[in-house]
Design a protein around this ligand. Structure first.
Ligand code: MG
Length: 158
């Protein structure tokens, strides 16, 4: 059976944190705040995959109260979800995601992000879609207070 899931995440931009998106560290004067590396793109993809198989969200599987996940690369969450899906005999058809931010510029890093995500999920590069857009200076994203990401996943269940 073909099933789909949706994911959304947002993290604040603050000083003194790295800006890691799609598993790629992007040089930027501010970074994303959170318990893990706060990689909003990977978190949205993780939730899309979990949603596709009816699992509870990323906060359930990797709680921000658990010291194990403090400052970890979020790629680890994708690797664990990959194994969860494998155990359920679920295969990934494709994932697609959009980052919404005014800065940094995302396009130069998309190729590298796709490589990280494809490797973590053990899927092909052409099964990973990543796009970026601005919020046309409106709202919290427009004021550069944070970065938002949304994702969908399509999977095949037995
Ligand atoms: Mg998050």
């Amino acid at each position: 059976m073909n099933r789909v899931g949706i994911g959304y995440d947002v993290h604040q931009l603050v000083e003194g944190r790295k800006c890691i998106l799609g598993g790629v560290e992007i040089p930027h004067p501010v970074g994303l705040d959170g318990h893990s590396d706060a990689d909003a793109l990977i978190h949205a993809i993780a939730d899309a995959l979990l949603g596709a198989v009816g699992q509870p969200d990323i906060g359930y599987h990797f709680p921000n109260t658990d010291p194990r996940w403090k400052d970890v690369p979020s790629k680890i969450f994708l690797e664990q979800i990959r194994e969860l899906l494998r155990g359920m005999k679920v295969t990934i058809n494709n994932i697609d995601a959009t980052l919404v931010c005014e800065a940094p510029k995302i396009n130069p890093h998309i190729k590298a992000m796709k490589a990280v995500i494809a490797e973590a999920l053990m899927i092909r590069l052409d099964q990973v879609g990543i796009k970026a857009t601005t919020n046309e200076t409106m709202g919290f994203v427009g004021r550069k207070e944070g970065i938002a990401a949304m994702a969908v996943a399509s999977v095949e269940t037995p």
